[in-house]
Write a protein that binds this ligand. Structure first.
Ligand SMILES: *Cc1c(COP(=O)(O)O)cnc(C)c1O
Length: 409
């Protein structure tokens, strides 16, 4: 079927006859000539910004994911009316909470902001004086420490220290018992590092309960599986944060903070439209709040088995194209934590294929169309397909085969 733009383009080049005439807008007919639509601006072209096929994954520096059409439609249509920011958050929060089995939820400007705001809420409760005092904790009566397993203490914990708190690293349950004191505000868990720590989710929550300390978890990049959306709420974490612009394909500058009613209510005191708080700069506009809701709803209702099979088929297509090349080996794996999706590792024998991963990536990047793949090691790369548009797996397969063949001796 012709889309509107194509139709108008044809109308402007062909004489007005029969059926084509019938499809012409009335106003244009009255004016005697079909109306020309102004050509759409292509800002990527205009500003010389490289676009590419993303066979790497949902990476922040590659702008995360592409929003679903439904999300984009929501953003455009909701932009045409005013409403109260808090009312959008109330209504959307209720719906998302229901979908994610949490008591309450709020759309934040990403998972990182969700961590800051969730902890801020725990530190201040509904005390507005304390809200204004953050990030200064001394002599305020607020707690100031967050317990975290050593292997979980990575860059994203800066979101927690933004509140003025410091991180206390532990390794064992005994360490937790020793670390807990009257200053302990929170026990934080990082799902992607779960296998690197000694304490797993349930035990973490149980330890929190035992010592009367709230628990939180960062699952920013941890759907699929979709069940992770509610799994940690069901488990009893006080708050859970997830990114909106990774696999859920909502806005990249949105995410969800969900959990206990009192935590979310207090977190919202730190959020716009209120000022004099540490969260005033973490604003989310109504369009993205609504877009986030539509993305979650769509994600929960999606046919995940079907989608998984499509990913496997695309991975197999690429694998079949390159596995026959001399010196090239392939392997499909699914990372158990974070970006849990079929991933193709392509490795080559450096005596038979004379290229490094860096050079190979450069060639793919500088080709036409430009393609980004994931790093593997000196002589390997990783390819994912969950960020590909339909049909792009064929382009990726062809290019990989070409480039690997060219480097073969
Ligand atoms: C991406 C990511 C974040 C940050 O999420 P944003 O939604 O970009 O704020 C935090 N933690 C982990 C583990 C992530 O992968």
């Amino acid at each position: 079927m012709l889309n509107r733009r194509e139709l108008i383009r044809r109308l402007s080049t062909f004489p007005l006859v029969g059926g084509v005439f019938a499809a012409t807008p009335l106003a244009a007919v009255a004016a005697g000539t079909p109306k020309r639509e102004a050509p759409k601006r292509d800002l990527y072209k205009e500003l010389g910004i490289r676009t590419f096929i993303n066979a790497a994954g949902t990476l922040t520096y590659m702008t995360g994911s592409l929003m679903h059409d439904e999300v984009l439609d929501t953003i455009t249509s909701s932009a045409k009316d005013f409403c109260l920011l808090d009312e959008v958050q109330d209504k959307v929060g209720e719906r998302i909470a229901k979908l994610a089995h949490s008591e309450a939820a709020v759309v934040t400007s990403g998972a990182f902001a969700g961590m800051t705001l969730g902890l801020a809420g725990i530190l201040t409760g509904m005390d507005e004086k304390k809200v204004a005092e953050l990030p200064h904790l001394e002599y305020t009566g607020m707690k100031s420490e967050v317990i975290c397993q050593k292997s979980h203490d990575i860059v994203y914990n800066h979101a927690l220290t933004n509140t003025g708190c410091k991180i206390i690293r532990v390794e064992t349950a005994e360490d937790v018992a020793k670390a807990v004191n009257e200053r302990t505000a929170l026990m934080h868990f990082l799902h992607i590092e779960a296998d690197k720590g000694k304490i797993m989710h349930e035990e973490w929550v149980a330890l929190g309960k035992k010592f009367g300390i709230p628990t939180s978890i960062d699952i920013a990049a941890d759907v699929p599986p979709v069940s992770n959306l509610w799994r940690f709420n069901d488990m009893g974490f006080h708050f859970v944060v997830i990114s909106g612009g990774k696999a859920m394909r909502g806005p990249q500058s949105a995410g969800i903070l969900m959990g206990k009613k009192e935590v979310i209510a207090a977190a919202r005191l730190h959020m716009p439209p209120r000022g004099a708080n540490i969260g005033r700069g973490m604003k989310v506009n109504k369009e993205e709040i609504l877009g986030m809701y539509v993305a979650v709803e769509k994600y929960v209702n999606a046919d995940h088995d079907k989608e998984w099979k499509e990913w496997e088929a695309s991975i197999a297509h690429i694998q079949n194209a390159v596995k026959v090349l001399p010196g090239v080996t392939t392997e499909v794996h699914v990372p158990p934590l974070g970006n849990h999706t079929p991933t193709l590792r392509i490795t080559w024998d450096k005596d038979k294929v004379k290229t490094s991963d860096k050079d190979l990536k450069d060639v793919l990047r500088n080709g036409s169309p430009s393609i980004e793949v994931g790093g593997g090691g000196e002589n390997s790369i990783n390819v994912t397909v969950f960020m590909l548009k339909p049909g792009q797996e064929k382009i990726v397969a062809t290019r990989l085969k070409e480039v690997l063949t060219k480097a073969s001796v």
